[in-house]
Ligand binder design. Structure first.
Ligand code: PLP
Length: 621
């Protein structure tokens, strides 16, 4: 753990046991025993659930929902705020049925609701038995069908709020309201001018693509007034962007939102709810700093800053405190899921022994071999420079046909044997950070059984960092450094930025692969956005997914299992009919039998192999 900094980023959820295994703990239960993650994996493997596995930990999800709601309640009590908090979970952050069901269940005591950003998400929300006072907030672009369903749902007692994103949408709402004769609950989305830092800067400020400017807002207010619907306008919404790194930005934006709230109230709107959107961040790296992968505040600070800011601004304007709404998605689900995968093989960037240069070798090969004569700790940088120079010169000669394949292989082996000795010496020295950085170019490659594009798409798309660590042998010092390459045939399919105890690193310290047992790694805090944003690159489909509860006695309960996509399923996503594929293959086999190139007895084997594949897992088995 000294190497990986798990105590810093693990948040007490991901810990290391005395025998060097990653263990999961429910930090809200002081007496609970940590549950060994390799133990969970063994159990799942015995049940026939193979890696890669997406593991969802129900206990972690429940804790986050309680934590956010209770932190708001505490801030409200402490500040003397005069209205309750009523959060909603944005379905887009994780739409999986098993996840939404559990969020609804954990959220019921807190009147926790859902946010729908599209028609399919509204359809999901309206299939849930929410608490009586829970909200359904409808954001996003809405057509008449969307608006009709949202208004009609009021008849079943749903508190469905249609957040108007534009004057055009207001016209649709006016029309559908008249048609149905049912009063809607309305909101308006305001575009705040404050800009936030971090990866989602573009979601904030003047040029953000959502929300109405002052002119559009007034137009909508006037239109609702004209139609005698202004009394239906109950909620003001704004969203700053996700993963806000700096709490000061949260405060500033909340204060600006309050100015709109006061002004809209003065315009005659009977606003009762202030919705401050998402943005509550996750400290992925555990640094507690305002940067792209970390945040400089806690959940408690986020809640108290919002409550205090709103209370202060509205007291000053003598406006009643509204019900506070936030739409935290990432902070609710990120920590509750992890991807567990095995290493298939390694490409090692070193060689145990240097072969002797041969008489027909270019003299540069002897120069390369001679480096071992002055390879001492004081001259490591010089040796690295010389070795890399000679190797590159020899590569240039190979490209020009002046060095043959055997000579080049010999030169590469000499080079890699020097690298092995340099790596060994560097590990024993202090203050060689520049050389360490250069050695990253010759880190090993561990080939792993997962797809970045399917399971960790934000790593590829926006350089998101998720903590990654081996699941076992954490009581043995790692003896190698590697980048992790995935199973797709894409050079972008790799992990090469890791959070370690001493900061970010382009390689991960790992152990030499054990000969007789698998070596497992985990990528943590992947519950937000990754599942749905993941794509089918190379047709690697959904992984196996399981949901567990941690028991106090160090065991776990398996709550839900979802088998990953079969090859037939992913083929159907790209418009193949798997039975047509089988029929086409069968036809070719039969033709081959007819023309005598294949024996009739081979038919069973050929068809069996095709059928086994089409019904199998898309990952390495
Ligand atoms: N609300 C809206 C309107 C959003 O667009 C988003 C995501 O960007 C969220 C809520 C969730 O944000 P977060 O996951 O940062 O809490």
């Amino acid at each position: 753990d000294k190497v990986y900094g798990i105590d810093r980023w693990g948040k007490g959820l991901i810990t290391v046991s005395a025998d060097g295994e990653i263990a999961l703990r429910d930090p809200t239960k002081a007496s609970s025993k940590a549950v060994s993650l390799p133990g969970i994996l063994n159990n799942l493997e015995q049940r026939g659930i193979a890696t890669p596995i997406l593991l969802r930990v129900n206990s972690f999800l429940g804790n986050e929902i309680r934590h956010i709601n209770e932190s708001f309640n505490e801030a409200i009590n402490k500040t003397g705020y005069q209205a309750p908090y009523r959060g909603v979970f944005p379905i887009k952050v994780n739409q999986q049925a098993d996840v939404i069901d559990r969020i609804v269940e954990f959220g019921r005591p807190y009147d926790f609701g859902l946010e729908a950003g599209s028609k399919p998400e509204l359809v999901i929300a309206l299939a849930q038995r929410l608490a009586k006072d829970a909200l359904i907030i409808c954001n996003g672009v809405k057509d008449a069908e969307f608006v009709r369903l949202a208004i009609l749902s009021r008849r079943l007692g749903f508190n469905t709020v249609i957040v108007l994103e534009s004057p055009k949408e207001a016209e649709t709402v006016v029309q559908v309201t008249r048609e149905l004769g049912i009063e809607p609950l309305l909101g308006v989305r305001v575009k705040l001018t404050n800009k936030i830092g971090g990866k989602w800067q573009e979601s904030s400020g003047d040029r953000s693509t959502f929300g109405m400017n002052t002119d559009q807002l007034l137009h909508v207010v006037d239109r609702l007034k004209e139609e005698d619907l202004l009394h239906c306008l109950k909620l003001q919404h704004s969203h700053l962007g996700s993963q806000i790194p700096d709490i000061i930005d949260v405060r500033r934006a909340a204060a600006e939102a309050c100015r709109y709230f006061v002004e809209l109230t003065r315009e005659g709107a009977d606003l009762t709810h202030l919705d401050l959107g998402g943005g509550l961040g996750v400290d992925y790296t555990g640094e507690k700093r305002a940067n792209e992968n970390s945040i400089n505040y806690t959940v408690e600070e986020y809640c108290s800053n919002l409550v205090e800011t709103v209370a202060y601004a509205l007291d000053e304007a003598k406006v009643d405190h509204p019900i506070l709404v936030t739409e935290s998605g990432r902070a609710v689900v990120a920590t509750s899921a992890m991807l567990l995968f095995d290493v298939l093989e390694s490409t090692l960037y070193d060689h145990p022994e240097a072969p002797e240069p041969q008489p027909d070798d270019n003299h540069l090969v002897s120069d390369l071999a001679a480096i071992s004569g002055y390879l001492v700790p004081d001259r490591l940088q010089e040796c690295w420079n010389d070795a890399t120079f000679y190797r590159d010169e020899l590569r240039a000669l190979f490209r020009r046909g002046q060095v043959n394949l055997r000579q080049m292989a010999r030169a590469e082996q000499i080079y890699l044997s020097l690298i092995a000795r340099i790596k060994e010496m560097v590990a024993t020295l202090d203050d060689v950070s520049e050389l360490e950085e250069q050695l990253e170019q010759v880190a090993d490659v561990y080939h792993c059984n997962f797809s970045v594009f399917q399971s960790l798409p934000d790593v590829w798309a926006i350089d998101q960092i998720h903590p990654v660590a081996p699941l076992q042998m954490l009581n043995v010092p790692p003896d190698r450094r590697a980048i992790l390459s995935d199973i797709t045939c894409d050079s972008d399919g790799k992990l090469d930025r890791f959070i370690l105890a001493d900061g970010l690193s382009p390689s991960l310290p790992v152990h030499s692969l054990p000969k007789d047992q698998p070596y497992y790694l985990g990528a943590f805090f992947i519950g937000a956005y990754q599942e749905t944003l993941g794509d089918l690159h190379n047709l690697f489909g959904d992984t196996n997914a399981v949901t567990i509860d941690l028991r106090d006695d160090g065991g776990f309960d398996l709550l839900h299992e979802q088998e990953g996509d079969t090859i037939a399923e992913v083929l159907s996503y790209v418009e193949y009919d798997p039975s047509d594929c089988v029929a086409a293959f069968r036809k070719m086999v039969d033709e081959a039998i007819s023309d005598g190139s294949v024996e009739t007895s081979e038919r069973k084997t050929l068809m069996g192999a095709y059928r086994d594949s089409i019904n199998g897992y898309t990952y390495y088995e």
